[in-house]
Write a protein that binds this ligand. Structure first.
Ligand SMILES: Nc1ncnc2c1ncn2[C@@H]1O[C@H](COP(=O)(O)OP(=O)(O)OP(=O)(O)O)[C@@H](O)[C@H]1O
Length: 217
């Protein structure tokens, strides 16, 4: 592995308390930090916060590593970068939204100088193939709307490419709708090399108080 962890930072993981602590979020973060995980949680229950906390930990542990958040469309990428800025405490100066419109000379500068990247999977696979993004630098890949990771979709291509060149990276996959049938979930699990699943629905005991609050507000 090219990148070394910061020995001091790697001795602990941190959980920000800028939002009220919810047990299900805390447990999902704790269980997803060290395995390639699929987090399936109904919409509006703070998947972005969970992702932000895991990103913050990898950001601290690997001072030279790159964290990449991919979302399927440009508007979603823009929305997630804002949401992450509000939740996770990573300095804005270290983050960038990398769209396909940014010229390659500038992209190279960003890949050298920034540490957290928000982009679509199509843009990421292009940068990986051209070598603009050094595959060995990537420590965490967050995949939003992970149920799209099927067949030839760019998410699967990205993970295939990374696995072939540098399997030492962590995957965090997020979805509100991981798939109605077990086969659909299995496809996502296989495509993204998931080894751990955190799944909740509206009936999950640890969500009840928050779903009730949401409905009555
Ligand atoms: N622990 C918390 N306490 C209070 N508010 C929270 C907490 N976690 C998240 N939120 C808030 O809940 C709202 C919904 O969170 P978020 O957008 O992350 O949900 P989501 O699960 O990602 O939804 P979607 O499926 O639509 O992407 C946001 O306004 C967020 O700030």
């Amino acid at each position: 592995m090219k990148l070394q962890a910061d020995a001091e930072a790697a001795q602990e993981w941190i959980y920000p308390l800028n939002h009220p602590k919810r047990d299900y979020q805390y447990n999902i973060v704790r269980n997803s930090l060290f395995e390639n995980s699929l987090v399936a949680l109904p919409t509006g229950l703070g998947k972005t916060f969970i992702a932000g906390v895991i990103m913050l930990n990898y950001y601290r542990w690997f001072p030279e590593g790159k964290v990449v958040f991919v979302a399927p469309t440009k508007p979603l990428v823009a929305q997630q970068i804002e949401a992450c800025h509000h939740t996770c405490g990573i300095p804005r100066s270290d983050t960038v939204e990398l769209t396909g419109h940014i010229p390659s000379s500038k992209r190279e500068v960003h890949w050298r100088n920034k540490r957290v990247f928000f982009m679509t999977p199509q843009t990421l696979i292009n940068d990986l193939r051209t070598g603009t993004c050094d595959v060995m630098d990537l420590v965490l890949l967050v995949v939003d709307e992970a149920h799209r990771a099927t067949g030839g979709y760019a998410y699967s291509e990205v993970v295939r490419f990374l696995m072939a060149k540098n399997p030492h990276f962590r995957v965090l996959a997020l979805s509100a709708t991981p798939g109605g049938k077990p086969e659909a979930v299995q496809t996502v699990v296989d495509s993204l090399h998931i080894s751990h699943i955190e799944i909740r629905n509206e009936d999950s005991l640890d969500l009840r108080q928050y779903i009730h609050k949401k409905k009555s507000s």
